[in-house]
Ligand binder design. Structure first.
Ligand code: FAD
Length: 456
């Protein structure tokens, strides 16, 4: 029997359109392994909601591999050390993996390549991050020209089928038990509201199939939080249960406004290109003048941050979003923009506090996408909204018809009519029923504009 090869899974937890798996199957008996590697920088250790998702996704992947006569080996520790040990135990000649672009995965790949033959494949993005460049060969910093250039390379290659069989080694190495990793919350179990999700490849395709039926109306519906107008594929894409190419090919012919959906997949690619150029994007302002912005700190700011996190700001659209996030691990994109803008501009709290909270609470928490969107909202990013463009939460709430959404997530307001529900303070709601606004829009706006002068 030829020497086995190791298939190193990370955020690519699928069997179809998995180039590393396809290559490994051609290369010898395959030992699939997932390593719980807590070697990410401390400030970006995997968040709680992601760990919940990971547990269920690994469970699903292990079952899929079993169906194909294979297994999922679980190990914990530093990737390079674990893989070297596994290679020694099994006589494996090579490691196949899909390349990942978070700075800590780059470090891990370099460390593995020092010890073993590492074959990195592309597979999670429409195009390999770094491969789409300007006419003079430079990486793009701004989304629009990036997308224009990326489109020239589309469509992506046809997705690979699931391998017919996965050759097994003559002897399997030992594996940890998933339950022993304690990825799920216990006391308290804050994930009881995560039931709407089905992590894993089958769940990802169920979502994709359902979305493909209304993808033609994407642009008309996606901004309205009261309806399910977007795909909700983000956690599946983040964990690689679905490739971007699969999402593209399933929807691209839908007609209508599906191009807008495809351009959002482009944002996902763009974010990886940004962190490739700026690995510290989640912790450092891309525009240095923002280092001078006088963010609020201290006791009062801390209390305000807690009220925002708990959905008690007195702005129903903000509170609905923050409660949806806490309950389900996901938040509607329009509302992500509103809540992020509220934290940064109305409360004048450093965007990094919000980035960290989202990182912990989102099931789709993604180093690149989260940081790029927070810096975009703050105005501190390489491609950014201007700081002085301050979203008015009440106007947004009315414009995007959020009454139904608010009723669902802020049930104490459910009885208010469609007009009053956006601004219960104004409608005379009692403070014991719902908190008054933390700060008025005009006052917040003036304070933010004054602070922004320091960045000039
Ligand atoms: P759809 O509208 O159906 O879009 C399809 C896919 O395109 C998404 O699944 C996602 O993979 C990608 N996408 C869409 N919009 C964006 C975008 N603005 N940036 C990057 N990719 C995008 N998205 C994440 O995946 N992870 C994050 O950690 C994350 N943090 C965010 C933080 C803030 C402050 C904001 C404003 C946005 C953030 N987003 C993040 C982007 C966006 O909100 C989500 O991708 C989207 O809401 C997911 O829902 P969906 O799958 O229904 O998206």
């Amino acid at each position: 029997m030829p020497d086995p090869v190791i298939l190193w899974f990370r955020r690519d937890l699928r069997l179809a359109d998995q180039p590393a798996l396809a290559a490994a199957c051609q290369d010898g008996p395959v030992i699939p392994v997932y390593i719980l590697d807590d070697d990410a920088p401390k400030h970006h250790a995997m968040g709680g909601a992601s760990r919940w998702w990971l547990h269920h996704s690994l469970d699903s992947l292990a079952a899929d591999l079993k169906e194909n006569g294979s297994r999922l080996i679980l190990r914990r520790g530093k990737s390079a050390e674990v893989l070297a040990k596994l290679a020694e135990e099994t006589g494996a000649a090579r490691v196949h993996c899909i390349r990942h672009w978070e700075p800590w995965w780059g470090n891990a790949e370099r460390a593995v390549a020092k010890e073993l033959e590492l074959c990195c494949h592309d597979g999670n993005y429409l195009a390999r991050p770094g491969s789409i460049t300007t006419g003079s060969g430079k990486p793009f910093r701004i989304y629009t020209p990036f997308w224009r250039a990326l489109k020239q390379h589309m469509p992506p290659a046809d997705p690979l089928p699931r391998p017919r069989s996965i050759p097994a080694p003559s002897k399997w190495p030992a594996s940890d038990k998933l339950a022993d990793w304690s990825l799920l919350p216990t006391k308290p179990d804050w994930a009881t509201g995560f039931g709407e999700w089905q992590p894993g490849e089958a769940g990802a395709h169920k979502r994709l199939d359902a979305f493909a039926r209304h993808a033609a109306r994407y642009d008309e519906e996606r901004n309205f939080p009261s309806i399910e107008g977007s795909s909700r594929l983000s956690p599946h894409l983040h964990f690689g249960e679905l490739s971007a190419a699969q999402a593209w090919h399933k929807t691209a012919d839908a007609g209508g406004s599906v191009q807008t959906f495809l351009s959002e997949l482009g944002w996902r690619d763009y974010a990886q290109n940004v962190i490739l150029q700026f690995p510290a994007y989640a912790t450092e302002n891309a525009r240095e003048n923002f280092d001078r912005l006088p963010w609020r700190t201290g006791k009062a700011a801390k209390a305000d941050l807690t009220a925002w996190q708990q959905g008690r700001t007195g702005y129903p659209i903000v509170d609905a979003g923050m409660r949806q996030l806490w309950t389900t691990g996901w938040m509607h994109n329009r509302v992500r923009m509103i809540t992020a803008s509220f934290l940064i501009k109305h409360l004048l709290i450093d965007w990094r506090e919000g980035e960290r909270w989202f990182w912990d609470c989102l099931v789709d928490a993604d180093y690149g996408s989260n940081a790029v969107n927070w810096q975009w909202t703050a105005g501190s990013g390489v491609d950014s909204n201007m700081f002085v463009r301050i979203m008015a939460p009440l106007t947004q709430s009315e414009k995007f018809d959020a009454a139904g959404y608010i009723r669902r997530w802020v049930p104490e307001l459910a009885k208010l009519n469609d007009k009053a529900i956006h601004d219960p303070d104004e409608a005379g709601c009692r403070p014991e029923d719902y908190p008054p606004k933390m700060i008025g829009h005009r006052e917040a706006r003036e304070r933010a504009l004054e602070a922004a002068k320091k960045t000039k």
